[in-house]
Ligand binder design. Sequence first.
Ligand code: RIB
Length: 280
Amino acid sequence: MNGGPTIAVIGSINLDIVASVKAFPQPGETITDATVKRFPGGKGANQAIAAHRLGASVLMIGRVGSDPAADEALSTLRKEGVDLSYCDSLQGCATGQALIVVTEAGENQIVVAPGANAAFDAEHLVMPECDAVIAQLEVPMETILKAATVSKGFFCLNAAPAKPVPHAVLEHVDLLVVNEIEATALGKERDGYAGLLAITYGSEGAVLSRRHQQIATAKPPAVEVVDTTGAGDAFTAALTVALVSGMKPQAALEQACLVGALTTTSMGAQSSPLASDIKP
Ligand code: RIB
């Protein structure tokens, strides 16, 4: 058990099937020199792993199917000792899978078949006592709404993938993390949002603000990018762990940028660094 804050991560658990290619195919084009690997993934699971490696005690709340992919998808969470007692396996469902194409430049395209993640209904959600909750948008919005409503601690929403988020959810959010596309998808609901807002700009870094007032800005170090998959997930987990641990916003944002950058230096979405890798 880690000694840091207790963090519940509610969200997706996927098996990522990753094809490495030189460049993305054009519509209608067939590429025949790809190599394929399988990795545990899903934004929720990726964030749980990152928070755990940064010293938090993490409970993963999610759903897998009743197929062999479930064990693969859960393998890193299990191996590293994330608490899975709030995870269920849904009979008759497939485990979520993501088909990911990664280019030589480390860019990706992702197609998700949500499977059990989409069948994670609010009715069966039980939230543990914890210091903070991290959620994303790969499970139903009603389930996120219930989690946000019943949670008493710090609530971080990573509004990814891009989609509108109702005011009923946003009013419970303490930290909202988005990239530029996701920020646009929030639409006018963003205007009434009063919590912390972190917008990420890839290799250009991130800005932390509240009600249009900038609080901190940070840039990641230059790194050799191999695969950007999961960088936003690691950033979100790192920023939450840092803020909940009492770190000042500027230092917290710098740490989150560093963790996000280090995550891009190896293949797979769960390659976030250990806490020992990021200490000065
Ligand atoms: O953020 C990256 C993740 O998005 C991948 O692991 C994939 O499973 C999708 O959920």
